[in-house]
Design a protein around this ligand. Sequence first.
Ligand SMILES: *[C@@H]1O[C@H](CO)[C@@H](O)[C@H](O)[C@H]1NC(C)=O
Length: 281
Amino acid sequence: MRFSTLSWALMALAAFVIYCQAAEKRDPGQCPRCPSGIPQTAPPPGDFAFYFLVRQWPNEFCYKNQGCSTIPDPEAGFTLHGLWPNLDNACQKDYPEHCSQSGGFDTFDVQSVDQATLDDMERNWPSYTSANECFWSHEWDCHGSCSGLSQQEYFQGVLNLHSQYNISAALAAKNILPSSTPVSTSDFLDALTSDFGAAPLLYCQQGGGQDFINEIFMCFTKDLRAVDCSEVCRVHPCEPRGSQMCKDTLTYKLGPVRSKAEKPCTDSFRSCRPKSGTCAD
Ligand SMILES: *[C@@H]1O[C@H](CO)[C@@H](O)[C@H](O)[C@H]1NC(C)=O
């Protein structure tokens, strides 16, 4: 019997599935990432398994990214990165993107959200590297458009979650304040878990042998109930570029921040992930 190309492709796919399942078994808590790059067309809006709510600690983001064009306001604390519909399929691309069905990149439309929402976004969802609308367009097209929500519902809903699950306040309640002295990662995690009622994922960037908090991912069901990420996360989420899960201790500190010229809002913002096929912002 002659093996057709299709048979070989099916065998390769089966091997890949087995590989992914084995990877999950090895380290379920760490949500291992399967190799990405399987071509897939965007599902219709609303076709996903759960959400990641991603917040960033701008002081670290701006330091490690060799500077920011907008200097973070220390009073604003953690700021929003986005709310990302995520697939539950360990062996495929882990999030849907470009779901607007508009035939192209669907930009943020300032007319589509009310002024109160816009003001709140300016404060709690700023871009540190480009114009805010460029960042919001990227988040909308690459993630929000797949939520099945309108722009008003999406942006306002994300802001509501951000204030309801207030990272700085939860940490401060347990006396964890920005400081250059490292804290135990489990204390940091416990402070958030007890306040939020669900365990998030903590991402750090390394520098001089230390781990610096960079981004915090919370997990939500489609109807926005907070859940432990270990319940829903079968693949490794999109790691902030250059980050890894925090090790035993982490540093949560202010500055220093380097300043840098604003990036123009070019086509690179329209690409939802870098060429390598791994997750982007
Ligand atoms: C988080 O809580 C602090 C007070 O601890 C407050 O200043 C800040 O505005 C709150 N952030 C949001 C987004 O509600």
